[in-house]
Each structure stands twice: as C-alpha cells, then as structure tokens.
Design a protein around this ligand. Structure first.
Ligand SMILES: Cc1ncc(COP(=O)(O)O)c(C=O)c1O
Length: 367
C-alpha cells in the first residue's frame, strides 16, 4: 500500500491520449511536442516518446530535461533568455524560438548557426481568464506587428503562435486560425519560412472532438504556406490520465459537512486555486455533500464540494481525478505539507512507486 498523498499516473489512460495524438500526426502531417510546462514527470516519457515527436520548453531547465529525458525534437522557447543561459540552451535544442525581436537581435551572433524562430501574437485568444490570455492588452508574449517582423524575417525560418487556451471548440480554433492567416499570411508565405508551431491549448484529445476536421484544417494550412506544422499539446497530452490520492484526516460540521484531507490545493493543485476552480471527483452523485478541504493554514484551502453515497470517516480514501496538468510542475512545500509521492500504473495493471519526497527534500528546498 502506497501512503497518501500521491499522484497516480495511469499509463492506459495516458495511452488513449497518445493514440489520438498519433492519429493527428498521421492524418495531418503535424508534429507533436509535449509542452513540459504542463507536465514534466519524466517517469512516463518512455511511453509518451513513442507517440510524440519531442518536447517544447519555457526555460533552460525544461529544454535540458526534454533533451535528456524525452529525446526526439527539442524546441527551446522562453519569454526571455539571460546572457549566461544562451549557450546551454542552444546546445540542448534543435530550434530556438525567441519571444521578441529584441531577444532575436541580442542573441543574433550566438545563434547564427541555429534554426531560429520568432513568436507571433495574433491578438486573438480563446482564454476565459485574463491572467492566462496571451493576447491580453499590452501582452509581452510575442510580436504583434507584421511590418516590424518583416524587417527581421531573413534571420528566421519559422514562427510560434500560441493563442488557444483550453479550447475544445474546433469552430473557434478554425476561426482564429483564419484570423492568423489574415493578419500574418504575408509573413507565413515567405519562402524562407519552413515551419509554424501553433502552440498548445487545443483540447483535441477530449471526447467528441472532430479529429478529422482538425487534421484537414492543419493539413490545408501546412500546404497553403508550405510549412511543417507543430503542435505543443500540454493538457491535451495528459488529460484524464492521473489522480491525486488522499486520505480523510478529520471531519467537522460547521453548517456544512467538512472533510479535511492529507493534501492541500494550494500546495498540490495550485492551478485550480489560481483560477478559482474546483477539483474533480467521479462519481460525484450521492446523497451526502461534503466540502473537501486541504490541511494547510489557508482558510480557502478547499478542493470543492462533492456528493458521496456514504458518510465520510477518518481514514477514508478519496481520489481527485484529472490531476496531471499544471499540478506536479507547480507543487510546493507550503506549510511543509507532505509532498505527494508519484506512482505509475503500468499497462499490465501493476502500480510502481516512482518518487517519494522526504524531510530532506523539504530542507534542501531552502537554506
Ligand atoms: C507557448 C506554449 N505552448 C504550449 C502550451 C501548452 O498549453 P496547454 O497545456 O494548454 O496545451 C502553453 C501553455 O501556456 C504555451 O504557453
């Protein structure tokens, strides 16, 4: 028995996403790179790397992780590189994508023999949250002005455009890609432009996504501009593959039934707290409702309100589903709460504990 809390990655569930990604690669010609910012738990890269072309990154550390642990094609991107990072970034990447013309020019000599791209910002996005909207007013994420970009186009061979956010609506993806074509078509059709990454945020591995229409649209885009298309799925790669396993430590009644578990939304599922979203449980349809809370001191350390068939008791095991994306990469030592271990359910059903965190890890996270 593995002690809670722990994240449990189920490879057979991961495989369902991988097979959809493989389908899209085959039918659209696009290449798929795992966005490490979303999920970087390298214990399952052995499976993922059979179905994806490589990784993309947001920092020197991520690009190194991708190169060393995943392999395949490694894209380097960062909002801004520091002078003392650039050599190592170049040494660990096949392509470097600069966020701004300023960065491209700053590292023009250092990167002269590397494959280089630039991030474009089309000014349209599907984000419902301002904090996550790459096209928010005054956004620093990419260049907006096609005329300005045209002045440096000789130095690059491709573009990255990440404007989708949790977008499960193919029509909206299609419409925004059309807007990108209108705005940046004159750049995309330049003969020296050979590749375009359309970023992440497209939820094409979800239920009922029209995969064939998606593939046809990607293929048409690729053929129209003569470019290799890349996708950078983060969430789409790992959606619904992982749970956070916890145990009830206490129950209280304070006008509502409360259950406190041996985890913390702030420490172990921080993204949900940032976006004011509830964790997910399934099933969630009994007669008894509980507010399930974390054990940190934060008053709002609440995973959500869930319905149960039976009264909850100390020692009961609960499982939050869909717990892979932007969780493990953001976990932290707030309150010194025990950091969840990481376990993997292999394809044969056996469960392997792949990582445990100790007091020493807590101590070593500070000095
Ligand atoms: C440049 C870039 N690529 C890919 C992703 C991955 O997005 P998602 O996890 O929503 O697929 C992000 C997310 O912010 C991103 O900024």
């Amino acid at each position: 028995m593995i002690k809670t809390p722990y994240y449990l990655i189920d490879k057979s569930k991961l495989l369902r996403n991988m097979e959809k990604i493989a389908y899209v690669r085959e039918h659209s010609g696009a290449k798929a790179l795992l966005a490490l910012k979303c999920f970087a738990t390298w214990s399952v890269f052995d499976l993922m790397s059979q179905y994806m072309d490589g990784t993309t990154s947001s920092s020197l550390n991520e690009v190194k992780l991708g190169k060393l642990k995943f392999g395949g094609e490694t894209h380097a991107y960062s909002v801004a590189y520091a002078d003392d990072e650039i050599e190592e970034v170049l040494a660990h990447s096949d392509k470097i994508i600069f966020n701004s013309i300023g960065q491209l020019e700053r590292f023009a000599d250092a990167s002269a023999s590397h494959v280089r791209g630039l991030r474009l910002n089309p000014g349209v996005s599907s984000s419902e949250f301002l904090i996550a909207d790459p096209s928010r007013p005054f956004s620093r994420l990419g260049e907006w002005d096609a005329d300005k970009v045209a002045t440096v186009i000789d130095q690059i061979s491709g573009f990255m455009i990440h404007n989708n956010c949790e977008n499960s609506d193919f029509a909206l993806f299609d419409q925004m890609l059309g807007e990108i074509e209108d705005k940046f078509g004159s750049l995309l059709e330049q003969p020296q432009i050979g590749w375009v990454s359309l970023g992440g945020g497209i939820h094409f591995t979800g239920e009922n996504y029209p995969l064939d229409q998606f593939c046809a649209r990607l293929k048409a885009f690729s053929e129209r501009y003569g470019v290799q298309v890349f996708l950078e799925p983060g969430e789409a790669s790992i959606t619904m593959s992982t749970s956070l396993e916890v145990t009830v430590l206490d129950t209280l009644y304070n006008g509502k039934q409360l259950a406190i578990v041996d985890s913390s939304i702030e420490a172990h599922m921080l993204d949900l707290l940032i976006y004011r979203e509830s964790a997910k449980m399934a099933p969630n349809d009994g007669e008894l409702e509980y507010m399930v809370c974390g054990k940190s001191c934060l008053a709002g350390d609440i995973f959500g309100e869930f319905k149960f068939e039976r009264e909850l008791k100390v020692g009961d095991r609960l499982s939050f589903i869909d717990a892979a994306g932007y969780t493990m990469v953001k976990k932290n030592w707030f309150n010194g709460v025990k950091m969840p271990a990481i376990a993997v359910r292999e394809l044969d059903g056996s469960v392997e504990l792949v990582k445990e965190f100790t007091f020493d890890d807590f101590v070593n996270s500070l000095s």
